[in-house]
Design a protein around this ligand. Sequence first.
Ligand SMILES: Cc1ncc(C[n+]2csc(CCOP(=O)(O)OP(=O)(O)O)c2C)c(N)n1
Length: 162
Amino acid sequence: MYLEKIQSPADLKKLEIRKLPKVAEEIRRRLIEVISRTGGHLASNLGMVELTLSLHYCLDLPEDKIIWDVGHQCYTHKILTGRNEKFSSLRQYQGLSGFPNPEESIYDVFITGHSGTAISLALGMSLSNPHIRVVAVIGDGTLSNGLCFEGLNNAGQLNPIY
Ligand SMILES: Cc1ncc(C[n+]2csc(CCOP(=O)(O)OP(=O)(O)O)c2C)c(N)n1
């Protein structure tokens, strides 16, 4: 089992890329095992496994930031950032939140739950610190949100990539 050895993104980066499909498989099993008991966003998280693995493999968290837009797609992120063991308490009393929460982990940047704010948020963070990489993760459902278009327009004009 790879998951038992991954307590932080640094542990993930020690693995060769060819091992990542096996990690993805283990994460999917864990998601199904826990969510079938606790409830939660199953499909959104099953769809986010490879993307999250890639982001954690390429970025350097917690210096770099990932902003989860609706927030409910962050379960793989939780599993990879030292919360796998506690993941069985997802959405239970005193357990892990179903959303990102900075009080829960240094790898969570903001509490998100309403959709549409990620792009503007990522843009602001990127402008305030040009030395880090900030990624906004948003779904197709959210992208038609007016706030997203405002964020994209701003990003196009302010051009945060130096
Ligand atoms: C401002 C706002 N409006 C409506 C909702 C209700 N809502 C929760 S999830 C969701 C759809 C999100 O779809 P998508 O961004 O594609 O993410 P997915 O669930 O597919 O991962 C909506 C409309 C919300 N969270 N915030």
